[in-house]
Design a protein around this ligand. Structure first.
Ligand code: DQA
Length: 144
């Protein structure tokens, strides 16, 4: 089984972007960890990133043809995008929403998520480990 790890806008700058909020690991570091964890869990992890809303939608549509599920950090689009929410509810595979930071401990606009209600679950505030927890949870529910 294959799992998509999908990163949204500005996450390509991880490592240098507000490290006090997002930590010092780069996107590549996180991807490598998730690929290794995937091997441990018996799934193939494929990582993709885009800064563009339409591309993220295209990637989600495509994922329904090959992925068993998605671990998705929609970045700032979390708080704005009806179109991403519609894409998640349009695909049948489970999507886990993840955030490095605890969005509820930050500005009020980050407390609103357009995607949470159509995701299978959500992990927020554990730094890069949010991806790890999301991936473990996703694989567990798929194998159930
Ligand atoms: C984020 C939280 C969002 O509010 C923010 O816009 C991001 C990153 C996180 O991983 O903590 O870009 O999704």
């Amino acid at each position: 089984m294959k799992i998509l790890i999908l990163h949204g806008p500005n996450l390509n700058l991880l490592g240098t972007r507000e490290p006090e909020v997002y930590g010092s690991m780069t996107l590549n570091d996180i991807n490598e960890k998730m690929i290794a964890l995937g091997k441990e869990l018996g799934v193939e992890v494929v990582c993709q990133h885009s800064n563009h809303e339409g591309t993220l939608i295209d990637v989600l549509h495509d994922a329904r043809t090959w992925a068993g599920g998605v671990v998705f950090n929609p970045g700032g689009y979390t708080h704005t995008s009806v179109a991403l929410r519609d894409a998640i509810s349009a695909i049948v595979i489970p999507v886990i929403e993840v955030h490095l930071s605890n969005v509820y401990a930050r500005e009020e606009f980050r407390h609103v998520s357009f995607v949470s209600a159509v995701c299978k679950g959500k992990v927020t505030g554990f730094g890069w480990r949010s991806y790890e927890l999301g991936l473990r949870g996703l694989v567990d529910i798929i194998k159930m």
